[in-house]
Ligand binder design. Structure first.
Ligand SMILES: Cc1cc2nc3c(=O)[nH]c(=O)nc-3n(C[C@H](O)[C@H](O)[C@H](O)COP(=O)(O)OP(=O)(O)OC[C@H]3O[C@@H](n4cnc5c(N)ncnc54)[C@H](O)[C@@H]3O)c2cc1C
Length: 370
């Protein structure tokens, strides 16, 4: 009897439920709200472009106003931008280039990369009023909790963005330590934030800004980073806490010199991509075995492959996001074996722990809970 009643009721209830279901479910309601205003998404982090600033001939700043999914950021962190081009979603990270504060407004500064899909698309298509799909703020390239009395900020090209955020945040909060800020650029037309940096250096006597140009347009010798160059510009550089960001070659040169001088402990750095994976000196080209526990199979990983690449080469499809060790979407449980973190160079223990497949290289046979 009860069943019959239920059945009778469902004759009317079912269509009504189908009609109202999209409104009462979280996703459904979000769908209708987003139709009214894309920023009203209940599920997705989005931001509206409120201003576009031409910084240089190839660099633009996008000032963004986030929806209520914004959780703030620390100076030096970055945010994900997901751009759909011809039906394919491309995910890129961009560092906040503005002062750290509690408002929902923030900015990213994007330099065109030759033939780059997203950077050029942002430059060519994004206008005031557009709404961007974002992914969460992340990154541990942040200022040390106890601020050192002497800072050295080394930026090259677009690597200036996280350092600019940190510099402005420090000065706005009354930091009275001494700051040497170096920006390595091709030529004077590449001075991203040039006017702002000049103004800050005039206002704050504890800040000195140096532009190191490959070609200053006056025929001077190119000024690239070298041990002699840094000693000439900043004679007490070895007494300073370093913050470093820029292209891979520049970062490698600075890091190598800091290693030679045994100063690595006082240098923080951020790559805008994964650094080239160096072969394991001990193993050379010898492949190691990676056992995939739940798949009950064992694959090979070459010395210059991340575990993510090794698994993909073997036909597996592990979940991944940024492929740069930021988003943690490729997190996986390692049950045995040693891996090297290609960002930090650190070796793991040989026990049970979570690793990120995209930045881990097997240094021994490894077992994964996959
Ligand atoms: C933590 C972090 C913070 C960052 N912050 C900033 C920032 O503040 N500002 C900024 O400008 N950038 C930043 N980046 C870099 C940014 O995320 C992008 O990598 C950059 O904008 C280039 O993206 P793209 O889509 O334009 O280039 P892509 O399309 O990814 O191309 C990159 C390079 O690969 C080459 N390439 C592409 N496809 C091919 C192919 N099929 N064959 C051969 N070569 C190819 C291109 O020529 C180009 O040189 C950051 C990156 C990270 C990881």
């Amino acid at each position: 009897m009860q069943q019959a009643t239920a059945h009778n009721t469902s004759r009317f209830a079912q269509p009504l439920r189908e009609f109202f279901q999209p409104l009462v479910s979280h996703e459904g309601l979000s769908y209708y709200l987003e139709d009214l205003n894309p920023l009203w998404s209940l599920t997705d982090f989005r931001a509206r472009v409120v201003q576009v600033i031409n910084e240089t001939h190839d660099t633009k700043t996008f000032v963004l106003k986030a929806n209520h999914h914004w959780r703030g950021f620390s100076a030096g962190q970055n945010v994900g931008v997901n751009i759909e081009i011809d039906g394919v979603t491309h995910k890129r990270r961009y560092s906040m280039s503005c002062i750290q504060d509690s408002r929902r407004q923030f900015q990213i500064t994007v330099k065109r990369v030759p033939q780059g899909r997203v950077s050029n698309w942002l430059h060519d298509h994004i206008q005031v009023g557009d709404v961007l799909n974002m992914t969460a703020v992340a990154g541990d390239f942040v200022l040390p909790p106890v601020l050192p009395q002497k800072l050295l900020m080394l930026a090259a090209g677009s690597g200036i963005t996280p350092l600019m955020s940190q510099l402005q945040t420090l000065l706005a909060n009354g930091y009275d330590g001494d700051i040497e800020f170096l920006h390595y650029v091709r030529s004077p037309v590449d001075h991203i934030f040039g006017a702002r940096l000049k103004a800050l250096a005039i206002k704050h006597s504890n800040l000195r800004v140096h532009w190191c140009e490959e070609d200053d347009g006056k025929g001077s010798a190119p000024e690239r980073f070298s041990p002699e160059q840094i000693a000439r510009r900043v004679p007490d550089y070895h007494e300073r806490h370093g913050m470093l960001c820029g292209p891979t070659g520049f970062m490698a040169a600075v890091r190598e010199h800091w290693e030679d001088e045994q100063l690595t402990g006082q240098l923080q750095f951020e790559y805008f991509g994964t650094p080239p994976i160096m072969r394991n000196a001990a193993n050379g080209d010898i492949a190691v075995e990676v056992s995939l526990g739940r798949k009950a199979r064992t694959i090979e990983s070459a010395g210059n492959q991340s575990l993510l690449e090794a698994m993909e080469s073997a036909g597996e499809s592990p979940t991944y996001g940024c492929r740069m060790g930021i988003c943690h979407e490729c997190k996986c449980r390692k049950t045995a074996g040693v891996v090297r973190n290609v960002l930090t160079g650190e070796l793991s223990t040989d026990g049970d722990e979570n690793i990120q497949l995209c930045i881990s290289v097997a240094e021994s046979n490894v077992s994964l809970d996959y």
